[in-house]
Design a protein around this ligand. Structure first.
Ligand code: GTP
Length: 161
């Protein structure tokens, strides 16, 4: 199965599909599951908490470029290879957002004095089993997008342990 519907942490409806850009060819948001030398690379957002890096696509920018840029701005990491995984659509109170999900392998991490909108990189050998009740983690990590994306990554051997 490649299509899922569920509620997010805030009870907004999410549609997630592991097909090629099902909801928009020009999504305005990106999210990047990053891997560096046997660890997950995340970032700490000052309000939301720990999450994989991502953000908004700028005017005139491609989603792929935005993914690479956001990873660098939020963690100091340089993307080596970027793989498109899925796209999801969230229908919230304030409107609908469409986000591409990517998997990235990281070449190197540069320690920076300042990180754009975050407190910088976080490396983790393993993500905790259950994130739902964990205050340290962002709401973005608490719905099926993460779980299904991880399943997809391993099932399709995008990452082999
Ligand atoms: P700024 O980044 O400061 O502009 O904040 P914003 O909250 O307006 O940003 P954005 O347009 O990214 O998100 C609008 C709303 O969409 C958020 O408040 C969330 O409810 C929802 N949203 C954004 N990204 C995600 C996501 O990855 N997953 C889920 N489930 N909801 C999201």
């Amino acid at each position: 199965m490649s299509y899922y519907t569920f509620e997010d942490f805030y009870k907004n409806t999410v549609e997630l599909s592991f097909t090629d850009h099902p909801y928009s060819l020009t999504p305005k948001h990106v999210w990047v599951i990053c891997r560096f030398k046997g660890q997950w690379l995340l970032t700490e957002h000052p309000r939301r908490g720990i999450e994989f890096p991502g953000g908004k696509v700028e005017k005139g920018e491609s989603a792929e470029k935005a993914a690479v840029r956001e990873v660098f701005e939020e963690t100091g990491a340089t993307v080596d290879a970027l793989t498109y995984l899925a796209q999801y659509r969230v229908k919230g109170k304030g409107g609908t957002i469409i986000k591409n999900v990517y998997f990235a392998t990281i070449e190197k991490i540069k320690i920076k004095a300042h990180y754009y909108e975050t407190n910088g990189p976080i490396l983790m050998k393993q993500l905790p089993e259950s994130l739902k009740d964990n205050d340290k983690f962002s709401f973005m990590m608490k719905d099926e997008v993460l779980q299904r994306s991880m399943e997809y990554i391993f099932k399709n051997k995008i990452l082999q342990l």
